[in-house]
Design a protein around this ligand. Structure first.
Ligand code: SF4
Length: 709
């Protein structure tokens, strides 16, 4: 039992990108207490079922508590931290000697704290000399990042959660917020009930979110951009544009409209291409045209696509063409999946970004090099997740360090990824758990990382709000914070002086100072006002949205109402998108489309939520949702076990009849990783076609055959 704390600590939930505040503590009996933090602006005291059950997930069963290394005989043995860190450093040095810096790579996680992410990026991009640092956020919101950057010149979420309370129209695209962002969804429903806001859901599935909507558009997979191209055309033809705002603050409108007319020339053509009733399309168009305070929220149904960036651009085009951005109750809004996907973006967690939202331009590279005093600065973008594991498979990457994620289960073509990792000279895994698919893929060194409740640092949620994640449990065994582990390897590689922080507050100060370094208002991400925090200030830091341009500055919570984009001419770019087409289409051999996603009560590959009995009750085993007509055609009944086959892998799942599925489309959750009679690593079935701009893989539409076992 842990020692009681005098009072609960204010921390942040480790699950979704809503970023709810949690009050967590240890009671007199040594038990953990969990409650929503009434003072946190994201959730105002509420928690969803996953957050409420956090206390059930904190036991040490199955935890990795000591560093371990593989012996010559193949067994894993406990070693000291010195031995383990020496082993990582020697393995990386060997790979660099043999193949140069690009023979090494880090694969990170939206579960890491911002401080951990910062140290990992500094080591690889400034000191080892490779940008082969990518993250599971590539599977989550990379298309939003790419869409933001080409429209705004920066990766900026323009609005805030308050816009969801103040909007009169909320359009959710590819988002089952009722299950995946429940606390935000509650805010939207409260707005619907109290103020009469209308909710529209655009999704190929009739989800729990659709059940509350005023209008449901059960759209044909892959055609979201057609719908928004059609909306742009309709607004142009009905006087719905903000011509003055467009002229003052944007470029590219004419080209974007010409392309939109090619894709969706009329309302009838839009309806035909999207498979939607024309009346429903007309209703959406009329509501949008008539409602100034409109927010379009989008999530993985948009991002996880081989055309994800164009889908994002189609949405942004409509908001830019109407000037509905950055003002109360209006704007495009990307719902990030993970607790710190945003924090990772801020420090360069993606292979095509540098820290502080900088890119691989000559001036940004030089700026970061001088700030870090970097001896071997990466000069070009690194490999994005799918490319990275392909490079592992062909032997171009020889040493890989995976932190806080499970790519052998979660990556597309997961069997290919698992086989690739088994051939590495060095696979290092920083983990909470002693066993998972990636650990079991042939890891040579296991490093016990601190878990939620033990970690100390910051995360950033979907509305740019930085929240302290504070510890309330002692570090178990020999577990250590990720930043400490990475800095230990950096010292052994000879970079000690630049990695000599005494704690996470010092890392945060450096991160904030880099955002301020030679930043003359030309970048969105600016923490100048937090660069001088003392350790005590950092400990007491209250949830705060960036930018924080001066100490105590809270004047700018939204961006772009009056233009001021972060492009060279300070104008936004409307984008002429490509014609929507699926990367792979069903055929006679694989006649159905496989969609993947989350369930309400589980998280990722279940290493945490799988421990909570409360959460297991909602959906106790992996399932395949399919329309009753498809099931009848296949001879399948509720509860049968069905076999799924794609070009990439196979699985067996328990059948659930779901009239909310469109005919010809099936859905399977991503969470289960085992391979028993009715379990599956769904990642193994998913294709790896990627978006040309974001590198994000298509995880929502893989052709599949389904048969009775
Ligand atoms: Fe945690 Fe998200 Fe639930 Fe909030 S909505 S309690 S952040 S899982």
């Amino acid at each position: 039992a842990q020692s009681p704390l005098p009072r609960p600590v204010a921390t942040a939930c480790p699950y979704c990108g809503v970023g709810c505040g949690v009050l967590a503590g240890v009671d007199a009996g040594g038990g953990v207490t969990i409650a929503g933090d009434p003072a946190h602006p994201a959730n105002r005291g509420r928690l969803c079922v996953k957050g409420s059950a956090l206390g059930e997930t904190l036991d040490l069963e199955g935890r990795l508590l000591h560093p371990m290394m593989r012996t010559r005989s193949g067994s894993m043995e406990r070693v000291s931290w010195d031995t383990a860190l020496d082993g990582v450093a020697e393995g990386f040095q060997h790979a660099i000697r043999e193949g140069g810096p690009d023979a090494t790579a880090l694969y990170l996680s939206g579960q890491l704290l911002t401080e951990d992410y910062y140290v990992a990026n500094k080591l690889m991009k400034g000191f080892v000399g490779t940008a082969n640092v990518d993250t599971n956020s590539r599977l989550c919101m990379a298309s939003s990042v790419a869409g933001h950057r080409r429209a705004f010149g920066s990766d900026t979420v323009p609005g805030t959660y308050e816009d969801l309370d103040e909007a009169d129209l909320l359009v959710l695209v590819g988002s089952n917020a009722a299950w995946c962002h429940p606390i935000l969804w509650q805010r939207m429903v409260a707005n619907q009930q109290a103020r009469g806001a209308r909710i529209v859901v655009v999704d190929p599935r009739r989800t729990a979110t659709a059940a509350e909507a005023d209008l449901v558009l059960q759209i044909r997979p892959g055609t979201d951009a057609v719908l928004f191209a059609g909306l742009l055309v309709n607004l142009a033809d009905t006087g719905g544009l903000d011509e003055a705002w467009l002229a003052a603050h944007t470029t590219g409108f004419d080209e974007a409209l010409v392309r939109a007319r090619e894709i969706a020339p009329t309302l009838a053509a839009t309806a035909a291409a999207t498979g939607l009733p024309a009346d429903d399309v007309a209703r959406l168009f009329a509501w949008f045209a008539a409602t100034g305070r409109a927010v379009t929220l989008y999530s993985q149904g948009v991002n996880q696509s081989a055309q994800g960036t164009d889908k994002v651009s189609a949405i942004l085009n409509v908001h830019l063409a109407t000037g509905r951005i950055g003002r109360p109750g209006m704007g495009p809004f990307s719902l990030t999946g993970q607790p710190n996907a945003m924090g990772g973006r801020e420090v360069g967690g993606l292979a095509n970004m540098l820290a502080a939202h900088m890119g691989f331009t000559a001036s940004d590279i030089d700026r970061v090099r001088r700030f870090w005093g970097a001896p071997r600065m990466a000069e070009r973008e690194g490999l994005k997740a799918v490319q990275m594991f392909d490079a592992v498979a062909r032997g171009a990457i020889r040493a890989l360090w995976v932190m806080g994620t499970n790519p052998a289960a979660s990556m597309p073509r997961a069997d290919h990824v698992r086989r690739a990792m088994a051939g590495l000279d060095l696979l290092v895994v920083s983990e909470n758990m002693l066993s998972n698919d990636t650990v079991n893929a042939g890891a040579h060194i296991l490093l016990p990382a601190a878990a939620w409740g033990e970690k100390d640092g910051t995360v950033t949620n979907s509305e740019r709000r930085i929240t302290r994640q504070r510890p309330f449990l002692a570090l178990p065994g020999e577990a250590r914070p990720d930043w400490w582990i990475i800095a230990g390897v950096a010292r052994r590689l000879g970079f000690g002086e630049a990695f000599s922080w005494t704690g996470p507050a010092a890392v945060f100060r450096e991160h904030a100072a880099l955002s301020a370094f030679e930043n003359r208002g030309t970048r969105d991400f600016d923490l100048s006002g937090l660069a001088g925090l003392s350790d005590a200030d950092y400990e007491a830091l209250q949830p705060v949205q960036w930018p924080v341009r001066r100490p105590g500055d809270r004047t700018e919570t939204r961006f772009f109402a009056a233009g001021g984009f972060f492009t060279a001419d300070r104008r936004a770019r409307l984008v002429a998108i490509a014609s929507p087409v699926l990367a792979e289409s069903p055929d006679a051999r694989r006649p159905l489309l496989l969609n993947t996603g989350r369930l309400r009560d589980q998280w990722h590959t279940m290493t945490r939520t799988g421990k909570a009995p409360t959460l297991g009750r909602h959906s106790p085993e992996p399932l395949l949702a399919l329309h009753p007509s498809d099931a009848a055609h296949l001879g399948l009944c509720e509860g049968d076990v069905a076999r799924l086959d794609t070009a990439h892998g196979a699985a067996r799942l328990r059948v659930t009849l779901d009239p909310g599925q469109a005919r010809g489309e099936v859905f399977a959750p991503i969470h289960w990783t085992g391979e028993t009679a009715a379990a599956a690593r769904i990642g193994a079935l998913v294709q790896a076609a990627t978006d040309p701009f974001s590198g994000q893989p298509e995880m929502k539409a893989t052709p599949v055959s389904v048969s009775r076992v």
